[in-house]
Design a binder for this molecule. Structure first.
Ligand code: OSB
Ligand code: MG
Length: 387
């Protein structure tokens, strides 16, 4: 397959020499959200951001662990990621020079699960590698898009009129796709109204596992609204019921929570549990697995798009690089910094242009400067990991 061979060739350029990571640092900073974000599993007002930085050869590589404070979206939390990085993954990184992304992924593989913790370190490593090789992260992984199409994910709102107002706002800003969070009691009527007011927009919904197959008849009502997709209607660990649901629904299902590895992606596609996949680097355990899922989907003509976890600019810059791969043909949940935070921790901040695209930077590494002074001033917890 074209995609996979190219990606791994590019990444092993300097593999022979290996890169000895000299230090692993983790820190927590809290960024208040401009507006609370509510999904079927709860509401948050701020994001506790977990940053990882690796040092080698005079460079610093930055990554972000997207785990939340509570185990709702997934079982991982900021606390479990801290533990797993400090006691297992950090020491594994420091133990010997790293000979490319595959080597790192293999070193993490014996530790089961904890994908977000693994991904945070893989992100930091790839940022480091891009700098050592004097190229952009996008080009390092074989990205070809110069601009990526983006959409916005709108949380559950206190009132319908407030939601309609937010829809208008983001359409006016150029966003190419609107995604509505839904749950029982905030679904059909809401979607009906948004669609009635906006007959021609790309519209999708995300249930974050709020339904079961017993709700099938209710979910089928969504078929009337010409939705781009229904994201993760059923349980996080299920692919069989999603397959049964997809058989009776006209609308394409998209899996998010259920796809935690390339293996699960293959099972879901073989079972026809979905027609689209949302790739989040954190959920799948890092670049290595994200690239594998991308390549698998390209080979099967399954469109993918880049999901978001309300990341800071550091995680978002990585998402932009990932979404520059050819297979990411649908708008990602990669919104402007100003959609989330008063002030981001990178500069320039992420901007969405009037045509609803984000420019893929071609500068060294992330293509954004990490605002280390600002990060320093926000740091609540900081720890160096030793071997
Ligand atoms: O299901 O896609 C999701 C945020 C947190 C947890 C899960 C999800 C989301 C989003 C936000 O939808 C997307 C974004 O970062 O803008
Ligand atoms: Mg989702």
């Amino acid at each position: 397959m074209q995609g996979s061979s190219k990606v791994s060739d590019q990444m092993n350029v300097k593999a022979d020499s290996g890169l000895q990571v000299e230090s692993v640092e983790v820190r927590l900073i809290r960024l208040p959200l401009i507006e609370p974000f509510e999904t079927s599993f709860g509401k948050i007002d701020s994001r506790l951001i977990f940053l990882v930085s690796l040092k080698a050869d005079g460079y610093t590589g930055w990554g972000e662990v997207v785990a939340s404070e509570e185990p709702r979206y997934s079982y991982e939390t900021v606390g479990t990621a801290f533990h797993v990085i400090r006691d297992f993954l950090g020491p594994a990184i420091l133990s010997a020079p790293i000979n490319g992304l595959d080597d790192l992924a293999k070193r993490f593989a014996p530790y089961r699960g904890h994908n977000m913790a693994k991904a945070g370190l893989e992100l930091a490593y790839m940022h480091l590698l891009a700098q050592v090789e004097k190229r952009s992260l996008s080009s390092l992984i074989g990205g070809e898009r110069k601009r990526i199409p983006v959409g916005v994910s709108l949380g559950i709102q206190p009132t319908l009129s407030r939601l309609l107002d937010r829809v208008d706002r983001y359409l006016q800003l150029g966003y190419q796709r609107i995604k509505l969070k839904i749950k029982p009691g905030w679904d059909i009527d809401v979607v009906d109204e948004v669609r009635r007011k906006n007959p021609n927009i790309l519209l999708s919904v995300d249930a974050n596992s709020a339904y079961t197959l017993a709700d099938q008849a209710h979910l089928k009502l969504l078929d009337d609204f010409n939705l781009l997709m229904v994201e993760q209607p059923l349980q996080n660990d299920d692919v069989l019921d999603h397959s049964k649901l997809q058989q009776v629904m006209k609308t394409s299902l998209c899996l998010d929570e259920s796809i935690v590895s390339a293996r699960q992606a293959r099972i879901a596609l073989d079972l026809e549990s979905c027609r689209l996949i949302n790739i989040k680097i954190g959920r799948v355990g890092g670049y290595s697995e994200a690239l594998a899922i991308h390549d698998l989907c390209v080979s099967r003509n399954i469109p993918v798009w880049c999901g978001g976890m309300l990341e800071s600019g550091i995680g978002r810059a990585h998402n932009i690089a990932l979404a520059s791969l050819q297979g990411f043909s649908l708008p990602g949940d990669i919104s402007a910094s100003s959609r989330y935070f008063e002030r981001d921790i990178i500069f320039p901040e992420v901007k969405v242009d009037e045509d609803g695209t984000v420019l893929v930077p071609d500068g060294l590494g992330l293509g954004f400067e990490v605002d280390t002074d600002y990060i320093e001033s926000l740091t609540e917890t900081r720890e160096f990991i030793s071997q």
